[in-house]
Design a protein. Structure first.
Length: 138
């Protein structure tokens, strides 16, 4: 990997490519062995703190399998804003996840993620989202 491919923004973009393609193994490979993923507003039944690549893979795989079984899919990301910080390892990403579900139709969920990347691997991901599917007004 080149230095450009290991920047926090490049790693974040790659992670979301894996998420969109429901590739839990690819996503987990972007995390350091001892990475931490915090989900402070996770809905009931979803852990608020994941520690280590193995746990991140297990939870991600289960979530992606549930999405696939339900017919829920990500159609894209919109309103993406990447904020650089004074720490070169850290970015803050604001975006909307756009999706479609047989149960709800089109949905749009706002996210803010704080991502810390060291040596091309995510060491910390703080994932803020409302924990529910939101529909945009027509």
């Amino acid at each position: 990997m080149t230095d450009l491919e290991t920047t926090p923004q490049a790693v974040w973009e790659k992670q979301h490519e894996y998420v969109r393609n429901l590739d839990a193994d690819g996503q987990a490979a972007l995390f350091a062995e001892d990475a931490v993923w915090e989900l402070p507003f996770a809905p009931a039944g979803v852990p608020k703190h994941l520690e280590g690549r193995a746990q991140i893979l297990a939870i991600s795989k289960a979530g992606m399998e549930r999405a696939q079984q339900s017919g829920r899919r990500i159609t894209g990301y919109s309103d993406i804003k990447i904020h650089k910080t004074t720490d070169q390892e850290v970015i803050i990403a604001e975006f909307t996840l756009d999706g479609d579900s047989p149960d709800t139709g089109a949905y749009h969920t706002p996210y803010i993620q704080v991502v810390q990347v060291r040596n091309g691997k995510i060491i910390l991901l703080r994932d803020y989202f409302p924990g529910e599917v939101l529909k945009r007004p027509a």
